[in-house]
Every structure is written in C-alpha cells, then in structure tokens.
Design a protein around this ligand. Structure first.
Ligand code: HEC
Length: 132
C-alpha cells in the first residue's frame, strides 16, 4: 500500500462508530452448553447449571454467528458481583498484588502511547490475557 492508501484506510476504519459486541450478564446459573468451533453453544432446551466461578461466553444467535454475521454479538455470563469487583481492580488494583489497570491503559482504558486499549474487549479474553 502507498502512504496515501494507508492513511485513507486508517481514516475510514477510524470513522466507523464503535458498537457494543458483548453483553455482560451477572448470574448464578448459565445455560448448559456444548463446545463447537472453539465456542460455547447453548444446548436447545431450558437446562441450566451453576456458573461456578466461570465466564461463559455464548453467541446471541448461534445460527448467525455460524454464518459470521458481523452484527450478531455475544453474551458473557459472569458470576454475580464481577462487574463491581472488576471496576475496583481497574481503578484501584489489589494492594500488594495487582496494579490498577488505568495506570498503564489510561483512565478511559482506550490505551496510552504504545500500551493498547482494553475497553470493550471480551471478558474471557481479558481473563486469559491479563498477566498483571
Ligand atoms: C504496568 C503497566 C500495565 C498494567 C498495570 C496493566 N497492563 Fe495490561 N498491558 C500492558 C502492556 C504494556 C500491554 C501490551 C504488551 C503486551 O501485549 O504484552 C498490555 C496488554 C494487555 C492486554 C492485551 C491487549 C491486546 O491488545 O491484546 C490486556 C487484555 C490487558 N493488558 C489487560 C490488563 C488488565 C485487565 C489490567 C489490570 C488488572 C492491566 N492490563 C494492567 C501494561 C499494563
């Protein structure tokens, strides 16, 4: 690509409005799931099971996700209290153990210099990727 093409691409993608992709739901129970294509897919039927400290991410519409529909996102089921606990860690860390994420990723979590943004990322990706 030429410099002008790179700039035009960056401006185009930079102008695309951000839309939420993952809906976070705090819950004690989750739909029973099966693994398919590296994803948890809810089983047909009403069966649930305890969340048991896990993060379970499932497609909002498995059939549309199967077709790679870019407008069909995911639901992340998380244990009750996770959002508040996460907010505390993000802003204050855990003294003596974990530094506040905002120190390096900025107060809006959209990145700071060479440090990447982490706002809006998948909860299970955050949990796997975060080694701080
Ligand atoms: C001392 C600075 C520092 C702190 C504090 C910190 N991070 Fe990071 N983080 C980084 C840097 C630098 C990178 C990019 C380098 C890398 O990917 O290894 C990164 C990368 C990441 C990534 C991967 C982003 C990507 O683009 O794939 C995630 C997710 C992440 N951090 C989450 C967190 C969370 C959650 C916290 C708070 C619990 C946190 N970080 C605290 C410095 C920090």
């Amino acid at each position: 690509m030429t410099d002008d093409e790179i700039k035009a691409s960056a401006e185009y993608f930079g102008s695309v409005a951000w839309t939420p992709w993952i809906r976070v739901v705090e819950t004690a129970t989750v739909p029973k799931t099966r693994l398919a294509g590296g994803m948890f897919i809810p089983l047909d039927g009403p069966d649930t099971e305890p969340i048991d400290g896990r993060i379970i991410e499932v497609p909002e519409h498995p059939d549309r996700t199967d077709l790679r529909d870019p407008r069909s996102g995911f639901v992340a089921y998380v244990p009750v209290g996770s959002v508040k606990k996460g907010e505390t860690i993000v802003n204050a860390g855990i003294p003596g153990r974990i530094q506040a994420c905002t120190v390096c990723h900025a107060t809006d979590l959209k990145g700071l210099g060479p440090v990447p943004g982490i706002a809006g990322r998948s909860p299970s990706y955050q949990a796997r990727r975060c080694t701080t």
